[in-house]
Ligand binder design. Structure first.
Ligand code: GAL
Length: 680
């Protein structure tokens, strides 16, 4: 029975008194302000939840009107409040804070009660007068205050719930809580003492390029490595497992890799494709940006290399050590270590003083069996204001090769200004930065075509990572400019909003993923991240499992973005699960898509080379998903299957898709990552 039916409201001198008749008991009504509750449990797209202030810490202001009380947040935001039937109404005003003047935010405020939508503001924009929200709560147990991004991304969505309060029955406060669990738990079993070969099962190299591949394995050390049937021109170092040399013929070679220690021997087939294509499995490694941003240095890079080795991550196939922005000299930084001549007399790029010897750094990295990458922009300046490659593309490609680099991330940044400065009749001139076809497409492709061509002319293989945030459907033409991977999205941040929205946007590019071409939803935001302001990832443990699982299902480049010297057990557990990594590195190179949704449960399926399927049951909602799943035909499964839990590395069930069912219990914002293999 709804409590409201028994309520009579009487207003008395500003104090609300409600006579509630529960048998013979009378309870008095009270006002509980939203800002009196614990707001810290809210999740939001940026910053921290603010009490009686805007997200920037200023007076709450909507369309010129100021408010003393309220909750300042940032979309996408969600606050859950336990009412337990003790509130009769929620009254507030909502709007976008004036502090983002000049920007184009949009957001929608929504109130949910026990999972049902009770009220919505409609999409609001900057300057809209505060909209009143008045919701009758009846006997509701749980209220959720949500702010969406209004459909245009969450940039500058500084959102305010002002003068927000509850009318309550017999209580003076409410508990808020976050339905996403905070306690971390480790699923990845420790590797056994016996050898187990890990890493990619296929490797591409171009004829004549220096060959370097590290055979990786878990298990006790010392370990001896063998590669049986290695073609002429290649040699393996039995102690380190590094295969080096050079191949001259376009051909496929099948090699048997062996790793031996005191406990036993492991063996695995390995395919070497000598031909045109490289990066036949998604690149795996580390990038400096999400952790060091403009503070990167050769010393920090070396320390990341050492940590990669010491932590054992190297034994799981993690390979690239990529320097992002800020190895070049800067146009106007106050930091003297970034200042100096940008180029020498003949136009060769000069690294800044933090990177005194790029060749020595590359040699150091190669000496460990790892590979090294760097970063530039086709514009005159990188996004951070360092020297870009515009006009010097050939020289730069030559420098990278001369130093011994293996990977280039090439970031659009100031190239937009180059286009703006072209004469109006130039065929590459376009009027906007959206670049969605026709002439615009030429414009979008041009700078990458130029660098792609020069990279191909170098006497070593350099993975080409195109970074332009997904403009002009880059996945449709990235291969034609010699791209090996391309960003499909703007920069990721360590919030659920960011990760979720990136995930929901990936299906359209999926058909274009294949060996040598990977869609890149940006780096992993796990561990200690912070863009120069280090903190533990704000993603909850289940969100991190979901993030790593989906990046594996997506065949995405796996680039660790955290401080490698601060790897905790939980993060290591996320990065060392060989069965999960194997899904990412599967030689077929297919990208998972969402093939079935049930409410907030999204089911992603990835076809694997051996005919089995990796399936992620992903819960995007705020309630645990608990169901018996039967719709196997929707997942492309027919027959008898063994179901293996990849995080736990354990077979959990046999399923007959005609008659059987699978019990699923998926935590809030969590995942079950299973492999379905035909039963023999
Ligand atoms: C951004 C890019 C980031 C990082 C940064 C460096 O455009 O998306 O990943 O490279 O530039 O300034």
């Amino acid at each position: 029975m709804k409590i409201t039916r028994n309520i009579k409201i009487v207003a008395l001198k500003g104090l609300l008194i409600i006579s509630c008749l529960f048998g013979t008991t009378t309870l008095s009504a009270q006002t509980v302000w939203l800002d009196e509750l614990d707001l810290s449990t809210a999740t939001q797209g940026y910053g921290i939840p603010m009490k009686n202030k805007s997200i920037d810490g200023k007076t709450l202001t909507i369309a010129g009107k100021t408010f003393e009380r309220g909750f300042g947040s940032h979309s996408e935001s969600s606050l859950t409040i336990e009412l337990n039937g003790k509130a009769t109404e929620f009254i507030a005003q909502v709007g976008i804070d004036d502090e983002v003047a000049g920007q184009k935010p949009a957001a929608e405020f929504v109130v949910y009660g026990d999972g049902e939508k009770l009220w919505s503001s409609g999409v609001m924009r900057l300057g809209d007068a505060a909209r009143p929200c008045n919701v009758k709560l009846g006997g509701l147990r749980k209220l959720e205050l949500v702010v969406t991004d209004g459909g245009n991304g969450n940039y500058y969505d500084h959102v305010d719930w002002v003068d927000a309060r509850f009318t309550t029955i017999g209580v003076t406060t409410f508990k808020t809580f976050n339905p996403v669990a905070s306690v971390s738990y480790i699923l990845t079993p420790k590797p056994s003492a016996e050898p187990r070969i890990t890493g990619a099962k296929v490797f591409g190299v171009r004829p004549g390029s220096p060959f370097q591949y590290l055979v990786t394995a878990t298990g006790d050390r010392p370990m001896t490595f063998y590669a049986l049937g290695l073609p002429k021109g290649l040699n393996i170092n039995a102690k380190t497992g590094i295969i080096t040399g050079q191949l001259s013929k376009v051909r496929t070679y099948i090699v048997t890799l062996k790793a031996k220690n005191a406990k036993g021997t492991a063996e695995r087939k390995f395919r070497i494709e000598c031909g045109d294509r490289i990066a036949l499995t998604p690149p795996m490694g580390w990038n400096s940006w999400n952790c060091f941003a403009n503070e990167v240095s050769a010393d920090k890079v070396k320390r990341a290399v050492n940590a990669m080795v010491k932590s054992g991550l190297i034994n799981h196939g993690w390979t690239y050590i990529n320097i992002d922005d800020f190895w070049e000299n800067h146009r106007d930084s106050k930091d003297q270590t970034l200042r100096g001549k940008l180029r020498d007399e003949v136009g060769n790029i000069i690294p800044n003083s933090r990177f005194s010897d790029m060749k020595a750094l590359a040699d150091y990295v190669h000496g460990q069996g790892l590979k090294i990458g760097l970063y530039s922009s086709p514009g005159p300046w990188t996004c951070g204001g360092s020297a870009g490659s515009y006009g010097y593309e050939k020289k730069d490609a030559e420098s990278y090769a001369k130093w011994g680099f293996d990977y280039l991330k090439y970031d659009w940044c100031s190239y937009g200004n180059v286009i703006d400065s072209l004469p109006d009749n130039d065929p590459y001139k376009v009027s906007s930065l959206s670049y969605n076809g026709g002439n615009e497409l030429n414009t979008a492709m041009k700078p990458f075509k130029v660098m792609g061509k020069f990279l191909r002319q170098q006497p070593r293989d350099i993975v080409f990572s195109v970074c332009q945030y997904g403009m002009s459907d880059v996945w449709k033409w990235g291969d034609s400019v010699n791209g090996n991977c391309w960003r499909t999205t703007n920069d990721i941040t360590d919030t659920w909003t960011s990760v979720k929205n990136i995930i929901l946007d990936q299906d359209k590019s999926a058909p274009y993923a294949k060996p040598g071409n990977w869609n890149d939803p940006d780096m992993l935001v796990i561990g200690t991240v912070g863009w120069g302001n280090p903190h533990p990832s704000k993603l909850k443990p289940d969100e991190q499992y979901l993030h790593v699982s989906l990046w594996s299902l997506f065949s995405a480049p796996l680039l660790i973005g955290c401080d490698m010297e601060k790897l905790d057990d939980f993060t290591l557990n996320l990065l060392t699960n060989d069965e999960v990594i194997e899904i990412n590195q599967d030689p077929l190179g297919k990208q998972a898509t969402c093939v079935h949704t049930i409410g907030d449960l999204r089911i992603y399926v990835k076809e694997l080379e051996d005919g089995s399927r990796a399936i992620g049951f992903c819960n995007f909602g705020l309630e645990t998903v608990d169901l018996a799943y039967k719709d196997f035909d929707k997942l492309g499964l027919k027959g008898q299957f063994v179901v293996r839990d990849l995080w736990r590395q354990k077979d959990i069930s046999n399923v007959n898709t005609q008659t059987g069912q699978l019990a699923l219990k998926v935590p809030v914002h969590g995942v079950l990552l299973y492999k379905f293999s035909s039963k023999k």
